[in-house]
Write a protein that binds this ligand. Sequence first.
Ligand SMILES: [Zn+2]
Length: 420
Amino acid sequence: MRSIQVLKGNVVYAQKRTELTCVENGYIVTKNGVIEGVFKVLPGEYRGVRVEDYGDKLIIPSFCDMHLHAPQFAMLGMGMDLELIEWLNKYTFKTEARFADTAYARRVYRMFADALIKKGTTRVAVYSSVHRESTHVLMEELERAGVTGYVGKVNMDRNCSDDTRETTEESLLETRRFLEECKGRYKHLTPILTPRFTPSCSNELMAGLGKLQREYGVRVQSHLSENRQEVEWVKALHPDSEYYYETYEKYGLWIENTIMAHCVYSGERERAAMKEAGVVVAHCPDSNMNIASGFAPVRRMLEEGLNVVLGTDIAGGALLSMRDSATSAVRTSKIRWLLSDKKEDFLTVAEAFYLATSAGQAYFGAGPGFQAGDALHALVLDDSRLPETRPLTLEERLERLMYFSSDDTIAARYSEGELR
Ligand SMILES: [Zn+2]
């Protein structure tokens, strides 16, 4: 019976995008860290098992950050008055170059991994820098802290700084070596191919990465249609491609489960191609505002049946908490609502919560909310220190806790069934 664990509290999760499920004073039962079920009344077979009673607190799924750059944790809140290309050249490449030094990487990545857990993020799809060894340092630190997911060594062989540029050959060799070294090395972390974006990868590099994808069967993450200047640049680099996405497609990198960050300027054709291929959109509203990229048409994407997830995109995004990303998504969608003469509906808080939890979970093969058979990834939220008000429903309490995103409202964190 030691492997059985019972958590008691107000269980709240998003089974569907438009619907919150609330189980007042409910129970989550796990066996060896895997969910057995959510119950209103504890089934008799578990009688006598010690119950971890969280009282009136809320138990929700922990968050999935589906797009962020680990080395940029060192430059959070910097260069926020620049647009993408200038921001990359003046700040980002300089910061990422420092990760050639694994001791420096260890210091930053330790803080980064701890900060993720503290803020309630237990699953990620994250970029490292071009450095293979420091990417392993990142993975070691994530694993130590209890963060799971996909980690990519970045590829860049053009249009970056001299000290971050790889030769095409080196980029491919280092990536192959990275994929080989990852075999059996990490329990809950998987490598993912990470061409930074089309401008920083030559056609030869893209073709080589496409080959590696087919050989190793790995997933892919990159950036798409983030900024108008970038979109124009891609057109100039690929005069044969009518759409930005084709610059990935022609090398076999536009495939099922490819995560494309931003997609602010993806028109109807590009969005249809995403749906067709099973490409996942990582919406990063805080980043899109900070480096003044624009407002992604998330409502339209959802109505078209696209698979949309959320990311903080630090350090374009300046906030590491997924609760801030979720409320940012709501705010951004309201700007689109206003600009569309109130025709394009804004996102509700419940929908943003769904995107930050259940939608991300699906990328890791888990069902929505707390599904039997999935590893427990959960947060215990405590609103007892927030100002007193009238009695609130669980939906209202969740809303308030999404906006009050301070770390001290998280009382406990579970990742892969383990208390962290
Ligand atoms: Zn990014």
